[in-house]
Structure formats: structure tokens, C-alpha cells
Design a protein around this ligand. Structure first.
Ligand SMILES: Cc1cc2nc3c(=O)[nH]c(=O)nc-3n(C[C@H](O)[C@H](O)[C@H](O)COP(=O)(O)O)c2cc1C
Ligand SMILES: [Mn+2]
Length: 470
């Protein structure tokens, strides 16, 4: 049986990771805040079953909102999640399978029937311009090679058949759009709202430009993705998606989009004149469940979704720097906002090795990381307290840090200087990078390394306070 959003929701519920809300909620007033509380206070995903103004609709939030939930999607545990993801991807790509029909065609709306306002997009934060979606996987094809790409982009509800979009420069979608703009042709795009988490992991995995990310999705799913032809544009879409929106992005046309609260917690960066989608057709399942992904800090689903593939890709890259690195872990902390800060754990072997690894972490296919902290094998990179302790006791700022000025900045990084005209697409920022070595001296310098051994309170491990308290 094809794995889809419904099988994933059932698996989450069985694992105790999902709560249901039957009381009426309102997409403009409280859906965002309630979803956020379900995640932050209950650590649960939530299924809203009664949405004001949207009879018959259900919407799910935070289904990819923590490592333990993503682990459910791969049938594993949080601790084994990255290993499982890596082993599924190491099996290679899984070609798609074309089918003639699928559940996503149960309802088809074209022409004057198209009405995006029927889908319960919601206002996520106080600063937002209105209702948004963060769960749309944008599927496009390179006009020259036909290679498919999927990536998540925010969509502003701008009218019954118009959606705003933010396309950060250097994204694969931007490369494809630039090719269409050069031909002065509209870019066909199919947006998938709601599917199994494996699709979302594939959409956030930055594969090489020449890799079809639906074949990546198949490998993560462990079964070929079944695809059906679109009704109005020359693309194929996953047959078991909840909702598919068929659209075109016209060339060289812009409209004001935003503000919208991003994973940084800020809303202005990225907003301004941006491209938009003209919706041609909506196809969906009967009783479609909308994925009301919630943006903003401190637990942005985007941070969890972006973070997991990033940790895996960076681990693969860093372990081979200079031939071999005694690399223990790579952590994109879910609490920092925007994956701009990454912590790596290693036992350096020789002098200089840490800086080589830091540089590689700062210049991968991901542009997000701009501060990377290296800690040693006796410091838990998941524990902020231990990382801070390591920074304060092992990092001599004059000799253990470096800054690279003038590097590519992320569009959403408000701290990076905007070098293109304000509010004009594409927004180009100039940032910088910092590497911080909070490791012990390398293994080669045994004496100096020993000087940094962490002392243990006397008798720990042999005596238990419980046995002494009367
Ligand atoms: C929830 C979520 C929302 C996102 N929104 C945007 C967005 O609005 N614009 C953008 O350029 N990238 C956005 N991203 C990041 C890209 O989707 C992501 O980096 C993706 O891997 C890029 O695909 P590519 O490597 O094929 O270019 C978002 C990511 C997540 C998880
Ligand atoms: Mn891509």
C-alpha cells in the first residue's frame, strides 16, 4: 500500500505523537497559536477536525515537528533516525512509476471553480500579512534536461487563484525560474500540500541539481513514488498527495509579498516585490487533510525539516576532510532558529585539523550555517550547557576562532547586509562566517590534552546519594 499523509498520521497517532482537536478553531485567530502550544507544551502533532469557515476540512500541524516524529515516518527511533535515513539514501535512487489515476484526482476544480480560499491556509504569527502556507512542495522541471526538483516555499494567499511565493536566490527553483525568464515563458509548477514525511525530507534534501528529487523521495519511502499527469500543465505529480495545485509563475512579474514570520523569528527579511503563482487547477482527495505547517521560532517545523538532511549531508562531507576525521556527531540544534549555527563533535588528531573541518562545514551545499562550533568527544553537542562550558573553558578567542568576511548570505538572514535594492527580487545579502574551536588540544599532544581532562567528583559512580540519605 502506498504510504501517504494518512498512513503517516495513523502511525503518529499509534505512537502517541498526535492529539486531535474537535473544538472549533479559526485560521485567522488561533490555529497557529494552538498548533504551537501543542508542539511546545505537549510535544505533540495536532489534527484540527473542526475549522471555522471550512466545513468538512481537517488540518494537521507539527507532523514533522520533532526528530521523534520524523523517526516514526521511517519506522525507527530518534537515536537511529539519521543512520536509517543515510542507509535508505545509500541504496541509490528509486525511479518513479507512472500510473493512470490516483486518489489526488478524486476532486478536480478548473477555471472559475478554482478557489484557493477554500483551503484552510492560516495566519501563523501576529506580524504576518495574512494567511500563508508553509507546506507546499513546489515541483518543477528543468526546461532543458527535464530533471524534476521539489522544494518547500512559503505561499501567501493573495486571492482565489493567486499565491505569493518567496524563492531565495541560489535555490534550484530559482535556477529553473531564471531559465524560464530568459525564454520569457511562464514556469509551470505543481504544488503538493500534504503527503508522507518522506516527501518532505526529500524536498529539504539538497541533492545535486541533476538529481530528480522524486527519486530521492522513493528511496526515503522505500517504494517507488507513483505519479499521475497534471490536468492543465505538462508535469507529473504524486498520485497519493492530499492536494495538488497546478499553476504557472509568469516571467518578470512581481507583486508585494509578506511580511511573514520565518524560522529566525523575524518577518521582514525576504518580504517585498516577489514572483507569484497563477493557479490553473486544484486536484485533491475527498476529505482532504491540509498540512498546516507552522512557521516561526523557537520550534519551527522548518528547522527540524531542514536540520535532519543537513546533519546527514554535513556528516558525510566532514568525515572525509583531509582523508579522515575522527568525527562523532553533527548537530543542527532545533532551538537556534534558521540552522545558522551548527555544532560538530570530533576528537582532533593533529594541530590544524579542526580549522579544516570548520571550513568544510561553513562551505557545503548549504548556505545556512554561518557559525560553526567544534566540541570534543567528551562534550555532548546536544546539550547547550555543555557546549557553553566548552566554549568558556577551551576556546581562546585570539587563537581558536576565525572569521571569513563577505560570504554569500541567506535572504532571510536579517543580520547579513542587503546588497540588492530593498524589497526587490531576488534579495541578495552579503554575510560572513565564523569558525570556533572549542576542542581540547589534539590527540598527538597527549600531555596538553590530559590537562583538559574533565575531573569527576570523588566517589561518583561508586556511591549513590540515595543510599546515604536517611
Ligand atoms: C517549512 C519550510 C519552508 C521553507 N520556505 C522556503 C521559502 O519560502 N523560500 C525558499 O527559498 N526556501 C524555503 N525553504 C527552504 C528550501 O525548501 C530548502 O532549502 C530546499 O532544500 C531547497 O531545495 P533545493 O536544494 O532543491 O533548492 C523552506 C524550508 C522549509 C522546511
Ligand atoms: Mn534540488
Amino acid at each position: 500500500m502506498a504510504q501517504d499523509m494518512r498512513t503517516y498520521l495513523a502511525d503518529l497517532e499509534a505512537a502517541g505523537e498526535l492529539v486531535r482537536v474537535t473544538r472549533e478553531v479559526d485560521p485567522d485567530l488561533n490555529m497557529g497559536g494552538l498548533a504551537f502550544q501543542a508542539a511546545s507544551r505537549l510535544n505533540k502533532a495536532v489534527l484540527f477536525e473542526n475549522i471555522s469557515g471550512h466545513p468538512g476540512w481537517k488540518a494537521a500541524s507539527y507532523i514533522c515537528g520533532s526528530r521523534s516524529k520524523l523517526a516514526v515516518s521511517l519506522g525507527t527511533t530518534s537515536g537511529k533516525f539519521l543512520q536509517e535515513l543515510r542507509s535508505r539514501l545509500q541504496k541509490g535512487l528509486t525511479p518513479i512509476r507512472m500510473v493512470d489515476d490516483g486518489p489526488v484526482k478524486e476532486i478536480i476544480m478548473k477555471g472559475s471553480d478554482v478557489d484557493m480560499t477554500r483551503i484552510p491556509f492560516h495566519k501563523m504569527a501576529d506580524a504576518d500579512a495574512g494567511r500563508y502556507s508553509g507546506s507546499g512542495m513546489h515541483l518543477v522541471k528543468d526546461p532543458e534536461t527535464g530533471v524534476r526538483n521539489i522544494s518547500l516555499h512559503r505561499n501567501q494567499l493573495q486571492g482565489p487563484n493567486q499565491l505569493g511565493i518567496l524563492i531565495a536566490p541560489t535555490r534550484h527553483l530559482h535556477m529553473v525560474y531564471q531559465k524560464y525568464e530568459a525564454m520569457n515563458k511562464p514556469m509551470p509548477v505543481a504544488v503538493v500540500y500534504g503527503h508522507h514525511a518522506a516527501y518532505y525530507l526529500a524536498a529539504n534534501y539538497t541533492a545535486s541539481y541533476d538529481v530528480d528529487e522524486l527519486e530521492v523521495a522513493g528511496s526515503i519511502l522505500g517504494e517507488p513514488v507513483e505519479m499521475v499527469k497534471c490536468e492543465t500543465i505538462d508535469l507529473e505529480v504524486p498520485a497519493h498527495a492530499e492536494i495538488v495545485v497546478e499553476a504557472e509563475i509568469p516571467p518578470h512579474k512581481r507583486i508585494v509579498e509578506g511580511p511573514f514570520t520565518e524560522h529566525t523569528g523575524y518577518s521582514r527579511a525576504g518580504a517585498g516585490l516577489n514572483p507569484y503563482l497563477e493557479v490553473k487547477c486544484i486536484t485533491m482527495r475527498r476529505n482532504a487533510v491540509y498540512y498546516a505547517l507552522q512557521g516561526g521560532r523557537p520550534i519551527a517545523e522548518s528547522q527540524v525539516l531542514d536540520g535532519a538532511p543537513m546533519e546527514m549531508v554535513l556528516f558525510e562531507r566532514l568525515k572525509d576532510v583531509g582523508g579522515f576525521v575522527n568525527l562523532k556527531d553533527v548537530v543542527v540544534p532545533p532551538y537556534v532558529g534558521g540552522a545558522h549555527l551548527v555544532i560538530i563533535q570530533l576528537a582532533p588528531r593533529v594541530e590544524g585539523e579542526v580549522n579544516d573541518v570548520l571550513m568544510a562545514a561553513l562551505s557545503s551545499q548549504y548556505i545556512h550555517p554561518r557559525i560553526v562550533i567544534a566540541v570534543d568527544e567528551d562534550v555532548d553537542p546536544h546539550d547547550p550547557q555543555q557546549v557553553f562550558w566548552s566554549l568558556s573553558t577551551r576556546c581562546n578567542p585570539a587563537t581558536h576562532t576565525f572569521v571569513v568576511p563577505e560570504t554569500k548570505g541567506l535572504t532571510l538572514d536579517a543580520s547579513a547586509r542587503l546588497v540588492s535594492p530593498p524589497g526587490v527580487f531576488p534579495q541578495i545579502r552579503l554575510g560572513s562566517k565564523m569558525g570556533i574551536n572549542a576542542c581540547k588540544p589534539p590527540v598527538r599532544l597527549a600531555e596538553e590534552r590530559e590537562e583538559h581532562r574533565i575531573s569527576v567528583p570523588q566517589g561518583m559512580g561508586e556511591y549513590r546519594i540515595e543510599d546515604f540519605v536517611t
